[in-house]
Design a protein around this ligand. Structure first.
Ligand code: ACO
Length: 311
């Protein structure tokens, strides 16, 4: 019996063979990957804004150089991810248009403001920590270009996480005021970070199919639980208090029980009504307009170079 294209695809998934751009794939597989990878790319690009806010005000030259490098890394991550999405037949222009018009989603976390220097530490420690928890398994995602992009992204993310932890440690070993600053930032970022993992499994429409196709390797709740279990001892080490009165070690499950997440807040932010959604889109649109002359010049240069070659 001759195998159908679908059988071949399913066999590859079952035996952990990566799907590559020119392979046959179900239209829904392609669509869900474009959705997830483009949202991921947009998150990296929008994610430059909250921290970018502190580049000019970093407390020392060393801190400034580190932060600048980190924010540039995020731009790089966005570019690898747009390239990975392009291999599925979507254009970068289309993805940009969807981001700039507000049609596309990007991670809820980047719609919160960075009010103090401690936020730069909290983002590196918590937000990049959550990103690693979510992205290390994506190095084994079934679509080849996405999996390969994740390998490099994760290496850079672990540097980002350490720099965040180191900022928190410095603040926590500093003056009373610095320690308070660290705690205050922790209080504001903890819950939104837990929301990064997405809705509860019962309310996550995409998880089941994405797990079956091995696009996702763990569910939203599984990753959120691992994250809490990893972070609580780190908070204790720093001498910070997790802002959750219901947090409690559960011997039977070998993990922490934690309080209820405010899902109204989450959906409100996802729908565009978070504290900074409008500012973020405004900043991206402004950058697009201000960069128009660079794109035009690059096109003109490329055309000129092409005619010169023909001669
Ligand atoms: N912020 C914004 N939207 C979200 C978030 C979030 N934190 N979590 C879930 N959503 C959206 C989903 O995109 C989906 O919307 P859509 O169907 O219109 O695309 C909807 O809520 C329902 O969620 P799920 O069914 O759980 O969606 P999915 O299976 O895609 O899981 C997840 C969401 C876990 C974020 C997944 O897409 C993923 O692992 N993405 C890759 C990692 C990533 O994007 N990280 C970005 C932040 S990290 C960083 O950039 C540093």
């Amino acid at each position: 019996v001759e195998k159908s294209l679908e059988d071949i695809f399913e066999e590859k998934i079952a035996s952990e063979i990566r799907i590559e751009p020119k392979d046959w794939m179900p239209e829904k597989y392609r669509k869900t990957l474009v959705r997830q990878i483009s949202q991921h790319a947009h998150s990296e690009i929008v994610g430059m804004l909250p921290e970018g806010n502190w580049i000019t005000r970093a407390p020392s030259l060393k801190r400034k150089a580190i932060l600048l490098a980190k924010v540039q890394d995020e731009a790089g991550h966005g570019l690898y991810l747009y390239s990975a999405a392009e291999t599925l037949g979507t254009s970068r222009d289309q993805m940009f248009e969807d981001l700039l018009s507000g049609k596309a989603k990007y991670s809820s976390i980047f719609n919160y403001p960075t009010l103090s220097w401690a936020d730069v530490g909290a983002i590196g420690w918590l937000v990049d920590g959550a990103a690693i928890m979510n992205q290390v398994p994506l190095c084994r995602t079934s679509y080849g270009p996405y999996a390969r992009a994740m390998v490099r992204v994760c290496k850079e993310e672990s540097f980002h996480q350490r720099q965040g932890f180191e900022i928190m440690m410095t603040l926590c070993n500093g003056s009373e005021e610095q320690k308070e600053m660290a705690q205050e930032a922790f209080n504001r970022w903890w819950w939104p970070t837990l929301m990064m993992f997405g809705p509860k499994d019962e309310e996550s429409p995409n998880t089941e199919q994405s797990m079956r196709w091995k696009i996702k390797r763990f569910t939203n709740d599984e990753l959120r639980q691992r994250f809490v279990d990893m972070m609580v001892p780190q908070a204790e080490f720093l001498g910070l208090t997790v802002p959750d009165k219901d947090l409690k070690w559960n011997e039977a499950k070998g993990g922490y029980d934690f309080g209820a997440i405010d899902w109204n807040e989450f959906w409100n932010v996802v729908k565009g009504n978070g504290p900074c959604n409008k500012d973020r889109l405004k900043a991206r649109n402004k950058a697009q307009e201000e960069g128009a002359w660079v794109r035009e010049a690059a096109m003109a240069y490329a055309e000129k170079a092409a005619t010169r070659e023909k001669k």
